[in-house]
Write a protein that binds this ligand. Sequence first.
Ligand code: ZN
Length: 157
Amino acid sequence: MSALEIVVYPNDILEKECSKVTVFNLRLSKLLTQMYETMVEADGVGLAAPQIGICEQIAIVDIGDDHGRIDLINPSILEMQGEQIGPEGCLSFPGLFGEVKRADYIKVRAQNKRGKIYTLEAEGFLARAIQHEIDHLHGVLFTAKVTRYYENDEIEG
Ligand SMILES: [Zn+2]
């Protein structure tokens, strides 16, 4: 399998409410693998299905920590605490980085690729990445939450 094409803004699919996954089959498992390969190739830490043209509540996150790849199917945030303000980017907005306020701690409920419900607690950057991807599944883009954009030299510097 090879990497998929990433949908770049503007595109209607990026701003739609995605439908819930009801069938947990081999197609879903393969899709997650392909999404992961696509994310790694693009050097990202998360990818949501609408970003590859599929409007379903499927997202993956891997920030390179002990959690490894986190599959988020039909995820919902149960609890949010605190706040963090930091830089954020998105594979659908190449080269764009802005400051976004997010909850510092979240508790999430989601399903894995077999449909099993699990809960996950996350803090800091992992919490940020998960919130960003869950927003995608509801058509919410990080640009709607940016309080200021960074200049290129701030990011590279
Ligand atoms: Zn994104």
